[in-house]
Design a protein around this ligand. Structure first.
Ligand code: LLP
Length: 412
C-alpha cells in the first residue's frame, strides 16, 4: 500500500503521536499568506491576521516574523499576539463587546486601533483612555446590509446582525466621536462575513464602503483608514485530486481567496486611504489537517457508519455549520467506493464529520485526513464528554515539532 498524502509524513506522525491529531504545514501556510500579499500588486496596505482563525503560538510567531499585523477579538488574543511578537503598532482590536478591563489592557499596550461598533463603546473608550492619559484611535465598523451568502452564523453584515452600525448613522456618530477629547477618528471598517465565495459580494462591499467614505468626507469627517475586513473564502471541496478518490464538485472548486481580493482592489485603490484587510481562514485553513482513526465499522439496514476517534469536540465545523471537509484515507487501496456516515464517539447525533459521503472503503484501524482544518479547527475545540483536546504538530520541511501537546486527563 502506498501513502496517498505525501505532502507531510502523516503516517509517521500518527505512529508517534496517536490520533486525533492536528498537523500543520508551515510551507502551505506561508505560501497562502504570501499569495495574499502578492495579490496587492504593490498597493500599500497592512494585513492584520485575524488570529481567531488559529491562535497557536508557534503559528502566530511565524506570521509575526513575516511582518503581518494581528487583529484580536479578546484580551486573551491580545496577550497571545503580543507574546508572539506582533508589534502593538500593528495590532487592531475588533469585537462587538470589549470589556473595560480589555480596553485598559489594550490602552496600556498602545495598540494601533479599536474597531468600535456602538456609540456606548466609543463613550466608554473615551472615558477609560482619558483616565489613563491616553488617546484611542478608532475605526467605526459599518454594517453594509449585504447578504454574504453561506451559513447564517457566519454572515455578519445584515441589518439584523449584531455587528457594526448602520451606514446611515456613521456620519452623526463619527462627528460626535471627533468632538471627544480622547478619541482619534481614523476611518471605517467593514467585514461582511466569512467563507464568502463570490467576488460579486466583495465588489458590492467595496462599492458600499466607497460610497460611505465619500459621504463622510463630504460631511466634514476626514477618513484616513479603511479596513476591508476578512472573509475571503477558500476551496474546501476537492482540495486533493486523485484517481483513487471520488471526485468532489462544488461551486467553490478552483476558488482562490486571492481572486476574491483582487476583484475588490480596483475600487479600494481609488479611495486614497491607508488600506488594510483582516483575513483569517485564507491564511491558515489549507495548511491544517485533522487526522483520525476508524474505531469501528458498523452496518445497519439504513447506513454504513465509520465511527472514528475524532469528534465534534475536536472539529465542530460540520456540526455547527454543516461545513464540508474533504476526507482522504492515508493509504491508497483498490477498495471500491461506498457511501458512509463518518461519525464521532460523542453522545449526540450532531457529532459527525460527514453524512452520506462517497469514500474508498475503510476498515477498523485505518486513518483518514480531514482536509483544510487549519482555520477554526483547534481554536473551536472543547473538552465535551471529557475528551482531552488533540495535539498539534507543525511540519517544516523534513522536521516536525509538537506545537501543542495533547491535553492530559489531569488537565481536564
Ligand atoms: N475580522 C473580523 C472582525 C471577524 O469577525 C473575522 C471572523 C475575521 C476578520 C476573519 O474572517 P475570515 O477571513 O477568517 O473569514 N467559525 C467560523 C468562522 C467565524 C468567523 C468569525 N469572524 C467557521 O468555522 O467557518
Amino acid at each position: 500500500m502506498r501513502l496517498l498524502l505525501k505532502i507531510v509524513p502523516f503516517a509517521q506522525l500518527v505512529e508517534q503521536y496517536g490520533t486525533p491529531l492536528y498537523v500543520y504545514s508551515k510551507k502551505t501556510i506561508l505560501d497562502d499568506m504570501r499569495r495574499i500579499e502578492a495579490a496587492f500588486d504593490g498597493t500599500p496596505h497592512v494585513t492584520y491576521y485575524a488570529i481567531k482563525a488559529n491562535a497557536n503560538s508557534q503559528i502566530l510567531q511565524i506570521l509575526a516574523a513575516e511582518g503581518l499585523g494581528a487583529d484580536v477579538a479578546s484580551r486573551g488574543e491580545l496577550f497571545l499576539a503580543l507574546r508572539a511578537g506582533f508589534p502593538p503598532s500593528r495590532i487592531t482590536f475588533s469585537g462587538v463587546g470589549k470589556r473595560d478591563d480589555e480596553l485598559v489592557y489594550a490602552l496600556e499596550h498602545d495598540i494601533f486601533a479599536y474597531y468600535v461598533e456602538s456609540t456606548q463603546e466609543i463613550e466608554v473608550l473615551n472615558q477609560i483612555a482619558g483616565s489613563m492619559g491616553k488617546r484611542a484611535r478608532i475605526l467605526l465598523r459599518v454594517n453594509l446590509d449585504i447578504d454574504a451568502g453561506g451559513h447564517a452564523y457566519v454572515s455578519t453584515s445584515l441589518r439584523h446582525n449584531k455587528f457594526g452600525l448602520p451606514h446611515a448613522k456613521a456620519l452623526e456618530v463619527l462627528r460626535t466621536a471627533r468632538s471627544l477629547p480622547h478619541i482619534d477618528v481614523r476611518g471605517i471598517h467593514s467585514h461582511v462575513g466569512s467563507q464568502i465565495t463570490k467576488s460579486a459580494i466583495f465588489v458590492k462591499a467595496a462599492e458600499a464602503v466607497a460610497e460611505i467614505i465619500r459621504h463622510l468626507r463630504d460631511g466634514g469627517v476626514p477618513i484616513e483608514d479603511l479596513d476591508f475586513g476578512g472573509g475571503f473564502g477558500i476551496q474546501y471541496h476537492g482540495f486533493i485530486r486523485n484517481k483513487h478518490l471520488p471526485l468532489e464538485h462544488a461551486e467553490e472548486a478552483h476558488l482562490t481567496s486571492t481572486d476574491l481580493l483582487r476583484a475588490a482592489l480596483p475600487i479600494l485603490r481609488t479611495l486614497d486611504c491607508r488600506l488594510s484587510i483582516q483575513p483569517g481562514r485564507a491564511i491558515v485553513a489549507h495548511g491544517g489537517t485533522l487526522l483520525t482513526r476508524v474505531i469501528y465499522r458498523k452496518e445497519t439496514e439504513e447506513k454504513t457508519f465509520l465511527i472514528v476517534d475524532g469528534a465534534m469536540n475536536d472539529l465542530i465545523r460540520p456540526a455547527l455549520y454543516h461545513a464540508h471537509h474533504q476526507i482522504v484515507p492515508l493509504q491508497i487501496t483498490n477498495a471500491p467506493f461506498e457511501t458512509v456516515d463518518v461519525v464521532g464517539p460523542i453522545c449526540e447525533s450532531g457529532d459527525f464529520f460527514a453524512f452520506d459521503r462517497r469514500l474508498p472503503r475503510m476498515e477498523r484501524g485505518d486513518v483518514m485526513a480531514l482536509m483544510c482544518a487549519g482555520a477554526y479547527g483547534y481554536v473551536q475545540a472543547s473538552v465535551y464528554n471529557a475528551r482531552p483536546r488533540p495535539a498539534e504538530i507543525l511540519v517544516d520541511k523534513a522536521n516536525h515539532t509538537v506545537i501543542r501537546p495533547r491535553e492530559t486527563l489531569e488537565q481536564l
